[in-house]
Design a protein around this ligand. Structure first.
Ligand code: URA
Length: 245
């Protein structure tokens, strides 16, 4: 079956946000790289420290309050306009975890609303879902300057809030979008093509990593691989591929 993710590739440099991000963010591995078996050292359950101190009666509202409206815990606060907490169904079976807000997300305070976000929305709809059916969030909640990758200290500071969000939502499936998200969640430095499309257990959720939509905008040939990954997610969630009109 073909991929329904047929958004046309952008003309080079047609979007300042995406074009600026491309050389700075670590590129995901070549689309042609076949996933190999999971390396033995990738843990099936990462044990992030904050989970060890489980917060009783935690909620998304409490997490948002704990972050606060003017968080200055890491250096990303200096260039941010809005904190991008996360959006969607608090009881979602499926959570998408991206890397960090880009320019559009920083301006609007909502994750995945720019060009990559439009493609993510298309991916969600191709699965027969709507954006409001799933939950969408990021590893870091403030925009890295010039759309660079989030740095280690920023991830260490901010990811506990992501982990709390996941602990509250307790989705059936977590889908990591791109290397930063996948490596953070799986606590590995392995390249994403080594484990893309494979299932891991994460605190009672099933976790799968696929390529980031921004990578797909630059490498549309990888859409087929991503669609295969999404079909695996659909199978776990009992979703049927919607009939194409
Ligand atoms: N890329 C991400 O990883 N997250 C967003 O919210 C937008 C683009």
């Amino acid at each position: 079956m073909g991929t329904p993710l047929e958004i046309s590739a952008p003309a080079p440099n047609s979007s300042p946000a995406v074009a600026a991000a491309a050389p700075r963010r670590a590129p995901d591995p070549p689309a042609t790289a076949a996933p190999k078996s999971a390396p033995a050292f990738i843990p099936t359950i990462a044990a992030p420290s904050l989970f060890e101190e489980k917060i009783e009666n935690d909620s998304l509202e409490r997490i948002r309050d704990d972050i606060g409206p003017n968080c200055t815990r890491c250096k990303l606060h200096k260039g941010r306009t809005k904190i991008v907490f996360g959006v969607g169904n608090p009881k979602a079976d499926l959570v998408f975890v991206g890397e960090g807000p880009g320019r559009d997300e920083d301006a609007q305070g909502e994750p995945f609303v720019g060009r990559a976000g439009k493609l993510l929305t298309q991916m969600i709809e191709a699965m027969g879902l709507r954006r409001q059916d799933v939950y969408i969030c990021n590893v870091v909640k403030c925009r890295p300057p010039e759309n660079r990758l989030p740095e280690k200290d920023e991830i260490a500071t901010c990811s506990p809030y992501l982990l709390r969000q996941l602990g509250v939502i307790r989705p059936k499936v977590i889908c990591c979008l791109g290397s930063c998200s996948a490596q953070t969640m799986l606590q590995t430095t392995e390249g994403i093509s080594r484990f893309r499309g494979q299932w891991f257990d994460f605190r009672g959720s099933k976790l799968i990593a696929t390529y980031h939509p921004a990578y797909l905008l630059r490498n549309p040939a990888a859409k087929g691989e991503v669609w295969k990954d999404l079909q695996k997610v659909m199978a776990v969630l009992g979703l049927e591929t919607p009939k194409r009109k």
